[in-house]
Write a protein of this length. Structure first.
Length: 230
């Protein structure tokens, strides 16, 4: 069966608290320390997160973005979907760069400009830079000056969850929704679909909605029925 790549979007509300930090505790601790220091007179050291798809890079960037917004900060955000990046804004307290390996030439130019202005702003203290990509800085298919800037600060490789951890997270997410998720359903999800946590969480979101609409318990036949109806 073809694996499905599912986008969980922002509806699930990424936070540092709901990020399963197994194998990535040092990176999460560094982000917590940085978030506590923004804004301040001394900006935190830039952070670059890298790892395979599904290791939680975008989750952590979105979590940082929402945490800073909740503190009242204004932020710069750039990802490959933003075809026409804006100029650096002096009101920003931080700059967040997601999926940098997919940046176009225009996006690379904007990211480099943002990074330089964040580190050496026209006014005020330096701003924090948090970035993420699938490769270590030296291997990114980007212009050399941007690659070198992304390697300036803390660089963390995010590790994928083990299978027991994936199972535990799925069960935890199901309980939060009031769902009874059997081991059989979890086995089917792990053996038939993309195994990264973002995709599995997205599948669980859809399954929860389908179960509510049909007023049926979550079972493997229900999961198959949902997929057959798409």
């Amino acid at each position: 069966m073809k694996q499905l790549a599912l986008d969980i979007g922002l509806a699930s509300g990424p936070t540092l608290e709901n990020f399963h930090a197994e194998g990535n505790a040092q990176a999460v601790a560094q982000l917590r320390q940085a978030l506590a220091a923004v804004p301040s007179s001394d900006a935190p050291t830039p952070v670059y997160l890298w790892g395979a798809p599904g290791t939680g890079k975008s989750h952590l960037l979105r979590a940082a973005y929402e945490a800073l917004r909740n503190q009242g900060a204004q932020l710069g955000w750039l990802d490959p979907r933003m075809r026409w990046p804006t100029a650096f804004d002096e009101r920003w307290s931080a700059v967040l760069l997601d999926d940098v390996q997919r940046y176009s030439e225009a996006q690379q130019a904007a990211a480099f400009n943002w990074f330089i202005n964040a580190m050496n702003p026209a006014s005020g203290a330096p701003r924090w830079v948090l970035a993420a990509g699938e490769l270590p800085p030296a291997d990114l298919p980007l212009r050399e000056d941007l690659r070198s800037r992304l390697a300036w600060g803390h660089v963390f490789q995010l590790q994928p969850l083990t299978e027991p951890a994936r199972r535990a997270v799925l069960q935890q997410q199901a309980r939060a929704r009031g769902l009874a998720l059997s081991a059989e359903v979890v086995d089917y999800m792990l053996s038939h679909f993309s195994r990264d946590l973002g995709s599995l969480s997205g599948l669980l979101d859809r399954l929860d909605g389908f179960a509510l609409r049909t007023q049926r318990a979550v079972t493997v036949p229900l999961l198959k029925a949902m997929l057959q109806g798409e």
